[in-house]
Design a protein around this ligand. Structure first.
Ligand code: TYM
Length: 351
């Protein structure tokens, strides 16, 4: 069951992040970052958008690569248009309270459920030589990121649904054990009727940073890189008879087309598929043209931020300060409830 919301209430607190592993692609943009931008522009609720640099450590990046990826992710947030005056933007590793809450929430996460997490099962295939405990407890750190600000709405793509479900479970177990409603139940958020899933150009599965680079369109790809990747996108051999159902590859390509091209154009190509007159070369040229006209201005804006190191540092610093202020309030409450402070000790009665 997918639980998500497409409405924001007055009391909602919005929290989300993107892992700083490699460069963000259009799946990250349409699944998450574009929603951050719109939320920051449209509503006044508190919102926290961070760069999940700690989550990146699960794949053992070399420090120089990690440093560049965190920096680039921040530049991409800003270049895509998140207003740092309206949303708190920070590096996850700058908010130590999150690390502490992660430890406490680990006491409410059980081995069996962590081992059954879909992303864990996927990761142990992809990095079989590095199945570390950080991978196993990845959803717990994610829950800490959200619960540290008492987040209630979490703009994410479809692939994060199970993590959100686990976040609700851990928060509820904590509340239940300590008999206090410290954490609310956060829901995934999207502006649309469904959580977004941008498919891979390989025609199989979702677009992902960890797959072959030619199967994802990155936000800083040049026009020619975008054109070439779309040109090489996997298709089927063409419809054999009228009104054939779309193959898996063509469902993916049409999904990508829907992101960039106008509805009438998509419908024209669907009609051409149904009557077997479709020419995949033309369809790809159309997608490439529309993708370039959407993505080129975004890339240019990102480039302006990449070269502005001082501005990026100032924004990350101010964001960390604000995020720490909110996180500290939650953590002090948590420590108190757990019996980790001296606040409620009555020395007379313990003698
Ligand atoms: P990450 O870095 O894999 O992805 C960041 C965001 O992009 C979305 N996304 C997609 N959406 C649609 N189609 C795709 N092909 C696609 N690929 C990625 C993801 O759903 C996500 O919203 N665990 C998170 C980062 C994280 C986080 C959090 C998110 C850490 N703590 C707390 C929310 C709240 C992750 O790895 O996302």
């Amino acid at each position: 069951m997918t639980s998500f919301s497409n409405t924001i209430e007055k009391n909602d607190i919005i929290v989300s992040g993107v892992q700083s592993t490699g460069i963000l692609h259009i799946g990250n943009y349409y699944g998450a970052v574009k929603n951050y931008v719109n939320l920051a522009n449209e509503i006044d609720n508190p919102m926290y958008f961070f760069i999940a640099d700690l989550h990146s450590l699960t794949s053992h990046p070399n420090p120089l690569d990690l440093m560049h990826s965190r920096y680039l992710t921040l530049a991409i947030y800003l270049g895509c248009g998140i207003d740092p005056e309206r949303a708190t933007i920070y590096y996850q590793s700058d908010v130590y309270y999150t690390h502490e809450l992660y430890l406490y929430l680990n006491m409410f996460a059980y081995m069996g459920e962590l081992e059954r997490t879909a992303t864990f099962k996927e990761k142990i295939q992809k990095q079989a030589d590095n199945v570390n405990a950080g991978l196993l407890t990845y959803p717990v750190l994610m829950a800490a990121d959200i619960l540290i600000h008492k987040g209630t709405k979490v703009p994410v793509g479809k692939d994060q649904s199970q993590h959100l479900e686990m976040c609700r479970t851990f928060g509820n177990r904590f509340n239940h054990y300590y008999k206090k409603e410290v954490f609310k139940e956060p829901l995934a958020f999207t502006f649309t009727d469904n959580l977004i899933n941008i498919p891979s150009l390989s025609g199989k599965g979702k677009m992902s940073k960890s797959d072959d680079k030619s199967t994802a369109i990155y936000l800083i790809d040049s026009d020619s890189e975008i054109e070439n990747k779309i040109k090489r996108a996997v298709t089927d051999a063409g419809p054999k008879e009228r009104n054939s159902p779309l193959s898996e590859e063509m469902i993916s390509l049409f999904d990508i087309m829907r992101v960039f091209s106008a509805e009438e154009i998509v419908n024209e190509y669907l009609k051409a598929y149904a009557d077997c007159s479709i020419r995949y070369g033309d369809m790809k040229k159309q997608i490439a043209r529309d993708a370039v006209s959407t993505l080129a201005p975004l890339r240019e804006n990102i480039m302006k931020y990449i070269s502005n190191k001082k501005l990026l540092q100032d924004i990350a610093y101010a964001g960390a300060e604000k995020a720490n202020r909110s996180a500290r309030i939650t953590l002090e409450e948590v420590r108190d409830i757990m019996g980790l402070t001296a606040k409620n000790i009555n020395l007379q009665s313990s003698n």
